[in-house]
Design a binder for this molecule. Sequence first.
Ligand SMILES: COC(=O)c1ccnc(N)c1
Length: 239
Amino acid sequence: MRIDVVTIFPDYLRPLELALVGRAASRDLVDIQTHDLRAWTHDVHRTVDDSPYGGGPGMVMRPEPWDAALRDIVARDPSRRPRVVVPTPAGVPFTQSYAAELAEQDWLIFCCGRYEGIDGRVVDAWADDEISIGDYVLAGGEVATLVMVEAVTRLLPGVVGNAESIIDDSFAHGLLEGPVYTRPPVWEGRAVPEILRSGDHAAIARWRREEALRRTRRRRPELLDRIELSDADRAVVAS
Ligand SMILES: COC(=O)c1ccnc(N)c1
């Protein structure tokens, strides 16, 4: 997968060079290129924003630099059509299933807006997806892009060592993941649940499902309406 990120703060995307995503890039499982939008400006001040029509606070990102940047980047591989994503608080909620959908693409371009946003005509002309990572406002799209790139990259084949850990992810089966434990068996007087040390894998799987159901009921009950529950699941949720 190729991922291009256009931003006026390229250094904000440096964390993608680290850890899981950085390792995936060094193994050529993903190719991530970051671009400074100001490279597509031509005035001495490298201007990327202007006052909003209709008045109001703040500035809007001008259409010309964005259009020039996207035309240039897309032209680098005429045989492929990228999926263009604009992170915005006004977007469609980003979810694990949305991450899985984006992970199926072979080319993503993330457009990081700043100020009051990108001129709507550019978004109309170019954006395939306008996505929100939650009901709050950030100073720019860069942090949301870091979130989405990590969530997508970890789903790519070969990136996560044990594919099992993806399957058991929170949300992967529609439930919140329950608690996890490691040594020591007792820490500060708190023991690891006995079942996890029993070696009874069927019972352990059942316990983990029950913990996931209980946690989901407590924290995100609305998620329970979206999944198929067995009679045993219903008994746990009702208890
Ligand atoms: C400027 O972008 C944002 O503030 C943003 C982007 C994506 N999701 C959000 N919740 C906010």
